[in-house]
Design a protein around this ligand. Structure first.
Ligand code: ARG
Ligand code: ZN
Length: 847
């Protein structure tokens, strides 16, 4: 049951819990609709906390009995939890509750997925399992007993005993309840092992449903690589005898770092060449690393409260990005991360959902697992490292581990280790955590007497979250390129702290071309009217700014096409053709260079300039650009395609995937001239999903995808993850007029299981990302999405609320579209019993 007026929780209201938990024993008797949970919790008064009534969280629990020190009690029970009178000294609280995993469609707490029991407790799901102080600053040692007639019974920590139908687990490391996990089912283990640097043997297992055994090897290797990397780079060793990963088909997010028992969305761990694309492999490797790295940044050191979420997520995303850079290509990873940041975080930070990396208020914490907390949170740590240097960063992080091991910490604790290590005052830098919005940095150039002066101005648009933003510390990495292409000044990091600031480079023989924001040294929008992107595209030594030069040229051309009906810019086409045929560049980088900014990004750029984006005009401009590109490449496309066709056995490594990416771009150019002949050949002969799916996409675009789609469905109808691709691709490749109709038609498909988040997202997440299709002038895209969000909300509020962000940019568009979107937002909001999650999201979006 939901309160009439949802409650807002404030960071400033934090108070410690009045008791410490010395030990927890849980006993589960599993049954699909009537699982019994018996708890025994040893409490002792916390002298550091203010006096308070004894309150335990608990939701959707049927209380069977409760005792304090062995005496039966009758607590006051509400929809949020339980209150009772307790002794002044230490005491033991016991309870028995009944829960209904089979009826749990929200996929939070203990639920069932394909006949298997699993849990998701972060952020506040443990309270749906039993009565408990469900807050991250209460850490305890857990003992768990599971009884159930299933072959595999798992929980956190090390096994104490396992017998048929019964298992006991002990986790020696104190942990908050959100890291609790339980899994029970008919599962098979793909085993492995790892010897830590101090010589301890760790047993590793990847548990999957029978039939998925062939999709485990890659994930297992990624886990071993992650364990080794964290020892080598961060001196972090694993701390249990066992590390288990379980793949689950029904999961709201990517994966979860439960202590010693990570639970993964099957899409984030299962992989094979026949069923997974190169991008899938790379993402799986990164997510396995991410969850593993949480063992130190999140588990050993956790968060004091949920406002500090970025303490573990920003740092862990940063660590996994370093890992991917080391395992693959650092420039490719950096460029891909910037593409992702601009696509997902910038719209959030520049719209009604803007919030600081460390928010200071929320209604539903699940709504704050955002690109801002995660990805901007990682960018903030990257900047910190750039500012203090690699050595000081390493020292500060080691101090953080030494000082805070076993703590539930805060951003203040994190910044303090940097202040102490470096002697720097980070008070102004801290604004990156407390202030919302993307800073705009504009730069003007002055050239006189051998000196180039750069004048930078920063400003951040006010938002509901930050009405009066102040200047931030912005590291701006700059290099200078001479007219002949030589680098005359290597990268120097300018530290901007004022609203306006000048930096001079003197002793220059000729006016150089400035390469600014190298390696994307800060998450800002750069405005540099004097830039010479054509020169940088040809000569920049920094891979990021060189790529950015191509992007800038593409953006300029596209904006001129959209605004004035100009033709695609010849200089851009020449430059990109030169880059694509430059064999000194690796294929992955060349493929990235050829990518144009997305439709939604262009809409955002127009909106920032006070213009109203027309989705159809944006779509048409990109089509014209691709046609012009195909014409400019001519026969070179086929040559580059052949040159980058991998002949060795498939491997999901950086080198091969780079070649396939470039060949894929060439195939898309070729398809414009051959009506899909080459694509059909690739589809017929490919032995891996990357090429199959790439070819299928081209066939749909060429208007001859039906036979291939049918063959694909026939081949893969029993593989859920592959079928997700089949559903998604049809929406993604639909013409703007048809996208909503295709999505609607797919909802009638017998395999459209809308209660499965992956399948729901395959259709509706893809529709929301189909810019011209979702924003179809008829409003049918908006209406269809709203229909399904209304349908999903009562079952799964979390996934519904996340998908509401499709409407976050509604104020960018023309009044007619605004009206159409607002009508749908209001219609969803008017739904009786709408969840707190969805209500909060749409209320903020409506502004
Ligand atoms: N801590 C997990 C991760 O980043 C995310 C879990 C979020 N789940 C949720 N229901 N909010 O790896
Ligand atoms: Zn995480």
């Amino acid at each position: 049951m939901r309160d009439a007026a949802p409650q807002t929780i404030y960071l400033s209201d934090y108070t410690a819990f009045g008791w410490r938990v010395e030990q927890v024993s849980l006993h589960f008797t599993l049954a699909p609709s009537a699982t019994r949970v018996r708890s025994r919790i040893a409490f002792a008064p916390n002298a550091d906390a203010p006096a308070q009534p004894f309150f335990l969280h608990g939701e959707a629990l049927t209380l069977i009995s409760a005792r304090i020190d062995g005496q039966d009690i009758t607590p006051d029970v509400t929809a949020e939890g339980l209150t009772c009178t307790v002794p002044d000294s230490a005491f033991v609280f016991e309870a028995e509750v009944e829960i209904d995993p089979a009826g749990n469609t929200a996929l939070e707490g203990l639920y069932m997925s394909n006949g298997m029991y699993c849990t998701q407790c972060e952020a506040e799901g443990f309270r749906k399992i039993t009565y408990y102080p469900d807050r991250p600053d209460v850490m305890a040692v857990f003992d768990v007993t599971i009884e159930g007639d299933l072959p595999v019974l798992l929980s956190n920590g090390n096994p104490v005993s396992t017998a048929q139908g019964r298992a006991e687990w002990h986790d020696p490391w104190p942990k908050p309840a959100y890291l609790f996990a339980l899994v029970a089912g008919d599962l098979v283990a793909h085993p492995g092992s790892f010897t830590t640097r101090s010589g301890r043997e760790v047993a590793l297992n990847l548990y999957v449903r029978p039939g998925d055994e062939g999709k485990c090897a890659f994930g297992m290797q990624a886990l071993k690589d992650s364990m080794k990397w964290d020892e080598d780079v961060y001196a972090r060793e694993y701390d249990l005898d066992l590390f288990n990963i379980v793949a689950v088909d029904d999961f709201n997010m990517g994966a979860m770092e439960n202590k010693g028992l990570n639970i993964f969305n099957s899409s984030a761990v299962l992989a094979s060449p026949e069923t997974s694309t190169d991008m899938n492999f790379e993402r799986i490797e990164a997510i396995i690393a991410h969850e593993y790295f949480h063992n130190w940044t999140g588990n050993r050191i956790t968060c004091r409260d949920w406002f500090q979420l970025c303490l573990k997520e920003g740092l862990t995303v940063f660590r996994d990005s370093q890992f991917t850079a080391d395992m693959r290509s650092a420039p490719v990873k950096r460029i891909s991360d910037v593409i992702d940041l601009r696509a997902r975080q910038f719209p959030e930070d520049q719209g009604p959902l803007a919030h600081p990396v460390r928010p200071d208020r929320f209604q539903e914490i699940n709504n704050f697992y955002t690109a801002t907390v995660y990805e901007k949170g990682a960018e903030v740590i990257r900047m910190l490292k750039t500012l203090v240097g690699d050595e000081a960063y390493a020292q500060a992080v080691q101090l953080y581990f030494d000082r805070h091991d076993g703590d539930a910490a805060t951003i203040e604790d994190w910044l303090k280790v940097f202040e102490e290590t470096t002697g720097r005052d980070l008070a102004q830098f801290k604004r990156w955590y407390t202030q919302a919005g993307t800073p705009r940095v504009s730069v003007a150039e002055d050239w006189a007497d051998g000196t180039l002066t750069l004048t930078f101005t920063q400003s951040t648009a006010p938002s509901a979250a930050s009405p009066d933003p102040q200047p931030q510390v912005i590291p701006i990495a700059v290099g200078l390129i001479a007219p002949d292409g030589a680098e005359v000044a290597t990268t120097r990091v300018l530290e901007m702290t004022e609203a306006t600031q000048r930096f001079a480079f003197d002793g220059l023989a000729q006016r150089p071309v400035a390469s600014i924001l190298r390696d994307f040294s800060a998450p800002v929008v750069l405005d540099h009217p004097d830039a010479d992107p054509a020169h940088l595209l040809a000569h920049d030594t920094d891979p990021f700014t060189r790529w950015e030069a191509a992007r800038t040229l593409a953006r300029r051309s596209l904006l001129a096409q959209i605004r004035d009906g100009a033709a695609p810019d010849e200089a851009y086409l020449d430059g990109i053709h030169r880059v694509a045929t430059d064999r000194s560049l690796d294929p992955a980088t060349r493929a990235l260079m050829m990518g144009a900014p997305g439709q939604s990004e262009l809409a955002g750029v127009l909106a920032e300039h006070g213009e109203t984006p027309d989705p159809m005009a944006i779509h048409a401009a990109l089509e014209d650009m691709r046609a012009a590109m195909a014409a400019r490449f001519g026969g070179d496309a086929m040559m580059l395609y052949a040159e980058n066709t991998v002949t060795e056995a498939y491997a999901p490594d950086a080198a091969q995937s780079g070649q396939r990416a470039l060949a894929g771009v060439m195939l898309s150019l070729m398809t414009r001239g051959d009506n899909g002949t080459a694509a059909q050949a690739q589809f017929d002969h490919a032995d891996n999903m990357t090429q199959k799916l790439g070819a299928l996409a081209q066939l749909i675009t060429a208007g001859r995808g039906d036979a291939a789609l049918a063959a694909f469905e026939d081949r893969w109808r029993d593989d859920r993850l592959v079928m997700d691709k089949w559903f998604g691709l049809q929406v993604a490749r639909a013409q703007p007029d048809d996208a909503a109709d295709v999505a609607q038609r797919l909802t009638a498909h017998p395999d459209f299981n809308w209660q499965n988040p992956n399948r729901f997202r395959a259709v509706f997440g893809t529709l929301a990302m189909h810019h011209a299709g979702f924003h179809h002038a008829s409003g049918k895209g908006y209406a269809l999405l709203a229909d399904w969000l209304i349908k999903l909300d009562p079952l799964n509020p979390q996934t519904t609320a996340r998908m509401c962000s499709a409407f976050q940019t509604w104020k960018r568009y023309d009044t007619e579209r605004q009206k159409l979107m607002k009508t749908q937002i209001d219609r969803i909001l008017a739904t009786p019993g709408l969840s707190r999650d969805t209500t909060e999201m749409l209320t903020r979006i409506a502004g």
